[in-house]
Design a binder for this molecule. Sequence first.
Ligand SMILES: NC(=O)c1ccc[n+]([C@@H]2O[C@H](COP(=O)([O-])OP(=O)(O)OC[C@H]3O[C@@H](n4cnc5c(N)ncnc54)[C@H](OP(=O)(O)O)[C@@H]3O)[C@@H](O)[C@H]2O)c1
Length: 227
Amino acid sequence: MSIQKAAVAGGAGNLGPTILKAFVDANFAVTLLSRSSSHSVFDYASLESLTATLTGQDAVVNVLASKIIPIEVHLQLIEAAHKSGVKRFLPSEYGYDTSHSLTAKLPIFCNDKVAVVKRLKEISKQDSTFTFTPIVAGPFFDWSIQKNLIVNLVGPLSPIYNGGDIFFSTCTLSGIGRTFVGALEHPEDTKNRHFYIASAIVTQNQLIEWAGKSDPVAARIRTNGGS
Ligand SMILES: NC(=O)c1ccc[n+]([C@@H]2O[C@H](COP(=O)([O-])OP(=O)(O)OC[C@H]3O[C@@H](n4cnc5c(N)ncnc54)[C@H](OP(=O)(O)O)[C@@H]3O)[C@@H](O)[C@H]2O)c1
């Protein structure tokens, strides 16, 4: 299976631009699916028009926001990709491992991301030419720092999760972009399975310590555990 043409849905968001750059850098032919207006979700409502748009594409990369966009939109994109003969679908995952039984029970995931992968499994079982790859990246490293989610660089307190010494994997936005290219350049290795990536495996306390050493502003960070 050779994948050279990819359609990206929702490429103007947090994750999209880094993916588009990575695909262009790798000489993929990229088509960007975007809403006609920032108030519309209905551009994805017509199965016929979506199917026509996707015909000729090898892969569909869904980076539409999840949760705020109804699951029906995500499922419609899958149906259209399948109908149009797309070979590989990347669902809008990119975070935690929703194949883990406990993660899958979390309310934020169970009705959306988990249900999407379930549908992808059903279709790929019926039609072996249709394949899928959910990408598990952990929290986006640079995005999470900017949002003060892992370490709060501007506020007085960084909430410490589970004592702060638990290792977790995390990936930079540019690292995720390169992963999309890698996943599609190795279609057999990434076929019908979750694909796990990491730029680093760290603890929250390590990040707080390193931030304090390297940045005089960040050195003022105080944690729940003291200064
Ligand atoms: N692991 C992490 O730390 C992490 C962090 C953030 C996101 N994520 C995941 O990454 C994926 C993409 O998230 P993102 O933050 O990049 O998404 P986003 O920036 O919120 O939105 C991506 C695109 O979705 C479309 N969109 C947004 N709101 C919409 C609405 N109300 N109705 C219709 N379309 C809408 C827009 O496409 P148009 O171009 O058509 O306007 C937008 O460019 C999601 O699955 C999310 O859960 C993971």
